[in-house]
Design a binder for this molecule. Structure first.
Ligand code: SF4
Length: 452
């Protein structure tokens, strides 16, 4: 294969431990022509808000923006499933010329009448930013008529990076919370779970750990989310933030406005799940039973996992992995989880990492590891080949890269259908990695230079 070259202006976003001086550039708009793996601002906001299952999600824009939403994601609901519908105002040429406000108002009134949601989110897309529809004004007008919160999400695709979409979603969630003017009475030993999206039922696993610990969950934002629960969120004593890139903005706002402190956690892998639960238990020092319950829970869960993990570890010892994910916090957990099953990470990157995140990654990785910010498919292919990875962990856009190169793949993004969080998720993860890496299929495909 011809060697793949790197665009000159991308070089400062790629770092190789041991040879380069660490001075990574990140948190900037994608380079034009680079064909970034990143999603747009609108997609960032959808990722966060979509799992609110009893809300109407209306995409104000051309139909193409709505195409990636029909039941592709594995965010489950234990009740209503309105979030699975992908509504769009389907703007066309005439709307672009004359404006889409009327169409938006009509669509909202019709859909709210038909589906009786508890709230509505209206997403602005690129074209709405260009033609200048006043989405906030229409939302206000409709809310006054229908008596439910109708919230604009200012997520015009081109206005920044996926991170700006997270921020737009956080602003909409904050508005929803802040609309509740009931007296602020704290619920004892209670938390909100932020940045957990119930992919394959993960929220249910995590909530059950907290239940066993004696901790009350007020609201989850947004896995298996309900408008009514979110509106109670200011009654919690602590915000526990996973996927910190997406919901930290909301946690910070809630700290400033309601004095609710927050901690950052991850529920991927044994170490990080255990730390998450112990950190929450430590917060509620006034009730020693919570720590006792947590210790018992963690010990039992780890004991159940270890024999099978040990077996898997023997088969995977020395195998190499490439990891490319949305937020860098998940990458930290994955490096630790892969070490548990005997694998080394040789390539790691993220769409939205910060300089501090990449510094942590640099310290965690072995010499020679390549770290990438806002990569494109060619760069990923180049380093997967160069580092002889046996496995690629990523999302829907990384899957074809792995299969074209003839290596195993593990989906760790929102499209998967099985839970990978918590102790139960760790065993699912280990099994999936084991199955794909040791599959006999790789002996039958051209390996593009990947040696055993
Ligand atoms: S919002 Fe813009 S970038 Fe995002 S899907 Fe729609 S057209 Fe594409």
């Amino acid at each position: 294969m011809k060697s793949i070259s790197i665009l000159e202006k991308r070089k400062s976003q790629i770092y190789r431990k041991g040879t380069d001086e660490f001075d990574m550039t990140c948190e900037k708009k994608s380079l034009a022509g680079s064909v970034s793996q990143r999603a747009c601002v609108f997609c960032g906001s959808r990722v966060v808000l979509y799992p609110v299952a009893d809300a109407l999600h209306l995409i104000h824009g051309p139909i193409g923006c709505a195409s990636y939403t029909w039941d592709i994601r594995g965010a489950l609901s234990s009740g209503p499933e309105l979030h699975r519908m992908s509504f769009s105002t389907d703007l066309s040429e005439l709307d672009v010329i004359y404006g889409g406000e009327k169409k938006l108002e009509q669509a909202l009134l019709e859909l709210i009448e038909e589906y009786k949601p508890n709230a509505a989110f209206v997403y602005s897309t690129c074209i709405v930013g260009i033609i200048g529809d006043d989405v906030s004004m229409i939302c206000k007008k409709v809310a006054a008529k229908v008596n439910i919160p109708v919230l604009p999400v200012h997520s015009e695709g081109f206005k920044g990076t996926k991170k700006d979409g997270y921020k737009a979603a956080c602003d909409a969630l904050f508005k929803l919370i802040d609309m509740n003017t009931e007296p602020l009475e704290k619920i004892p030993h209670s938390i909100n779970i932020l940045g957990e999206f119930n992919i394959g039922g993960e929220t249910w696993i995590i909530k059950d750990y907290y239940r066993q610990m004696g901790v009350n969950t007020v609201a989850v934002m947004t896995g298996d989310g309900r408008v009514g629960d979110i509106r109670q969120a200011k009654k919690a004593c602590l915000n526990v933030v996973q996927c910190s890139g997406s919901l930290t903005h909301l946690a910070r706002k809630m700290e400033v406005e309601y004095g609710i402190p927050y901690i950052r956690v991850s529920y991927f892998g044994i170490e990080d799940t255990s730390s998450a639960l112990y950190d929450v238990a430590s917060f509620f020092k006034d009730d020693p039973d919570i720590m006792k319950n947590t210790t018992r829970l963690v010990q039992q869960e780890v004991k159940n996992l270890l024999p099978e993990l040990e077996q898997i570890r023997k088969d995977l010892a020395g195998k190499r992995a490439a990891v490319y994910v949305g937020g860098a916090f998940k990458a930290f957990s994955l490096i630790k989880a892969l070490r548990h099953i005997g694998m080394e990470v040789v390539l790691v990157g993220s769409q939205t990492g910060t300089k501090e995140d990449y510094e942590v990654l640099k310290d965690m990785c072995n010499p020679g590891t390549v770290i990438l910010d806002d990569a494109n498919p060619l760069e990923l292919a180049k380093y997967v080949l160069e580092k002889n990875a046996h496995l690629f962990i990523g999302g829907v856009k990384e899957r074809p890269i792995a299969y074209k190169l003839g290596i195993g793949f593990c989906d760790h993004n929102h499209e998967r259908k099985i839970p990978l969080a918590g102790f139960e998720g760790m065993i699912n993860f280990a099994r999936e990695v084991h199955e794909t890496v040791t599959s006999p299929i790789w002996d039958l495909v051209p390996r593009n230079g990947i040696k055993g």
